[in-house]
Ligand binder design. Sequence first.
Ligand code: GLY
Ligand code: MN
Ligand code: MN
Length: 439
Amino acid sequence: MKITKSEHARRRKKLMRSMDRQSIAIVPGAREVTRSRDTEYPFRQDSDLFYLTGFEEPDAVLVLIPGRRQGQVILFCRDRDPEMELWNGYRAGPEGAVAYYGVDDSFPIEDMDDILPGLIEGKHRIYYSMGHDDAFDQRVMGWVNQIRRLARTGTTPPADFTDLAFLLHQQRLIKSAAEVRIMRRAGEISAAAHCRAMRECEPGRFEYHLEAAIQHCFAQHGARFPAYNSIVGSGANACILHYTENNARLRDGDLVLIDAGCEFHGYAADITRTFPVNGRFSPEQRAIYDLVLEAQSAALSRVKPGSNWNQPHAAIIRVITRGLVKLGLLEGRERDLIKSESYRDFYMHRSGHWLGLDVHDVGDYRVDGRWRPLEPGMVLTIEPGIYISPENTRVAKRWRGIGVRIEDDVVITANGCEVLTAGVPKLADEIEALMAGNG
Ligand code: GLY
Ligand code: MN
Ligand code: MN
């Protein structure tokens, strides 16, 4: 199910076609990050470099030079080293980079300072994403200054720096058929994990037990890592949007909100479900739950070509405002409440985000000052929520501390959208049935 070598080559070709003549792109990979003393966090490749190569080792830099006769795609990477490989694992080395990743040429990363100035020389423009890694920014400037110092000999340094993101992130925003297949699988695995958490939930257990069930399910399906830190928030913890302590006891009568998704072949899933710890929604919990679900389906009906990025969000605001008035949680006229953004006390984020190699994936939400039109192949989340703070004294006590979010991943198709995460139920009745062992 991995992205093929030929798809990586097509991606690079497409990017190079949109680059200027006489230009060069420099894409550094991710570094290893220390977790403590001499242990590192699990290595995760930079998404841009991974998108263009599939290369998963640290200390790699991709260089693209459209039109260069001796080779347009160059990868700097770690050299082979039997001693280091014995301790830390296999390295492709420059020969492997050419053989297995289809780059034109490859050199040891140690030689980069000697080779790169020569490749930059004579180019008018450098595509490079400045401002993400100070040390690497300095190196790039060093290479350019080296050429500048030689200016008297007739060489000219590049006049322009352009953020590669303008071209590359536009490309990453529209997913290919192969990417959608991987993301569909990421969605299925994550949905199965949420079902498992629902089945295993019981009063008296802890939030981290559900986190563990989810993590176990991901790994068993070949997705070793979550795409982001899982959120398991029970009771009022559900009202903390980025709660990740996950250490409270699950109490009878509370809801639990789980926001968790796996990473599969580099691609993220992102699902939220909210369900009762004891398997039965109380009337208040159910009223809020059904309102969030209604908001989500209103938003989903607007996820199609021809809509723009803001339309699902606007639909959520309308449904939530109307519903909160009906329940007595907001007072006033719907139009005025929307205008004054009164819903923000309960729904304070937006409808979702692009999804892909990064959970909050790349791509602009506005184009030329307007909300971006939705197009087939875009993948996004739809994740309305209502969070009633335990400190909100303007609402009756019985509502306080209820937090509900429902989040699914969708790909836009020719005439609508496909929900990639439909494998986990979201109707309140279906959730209760599953938790009672009948789902
Ligand atoms: N899990 C992060 C988000 O929903 O945006
Ligand atoms: Mn999300
Ligand atoms: Mn999420």
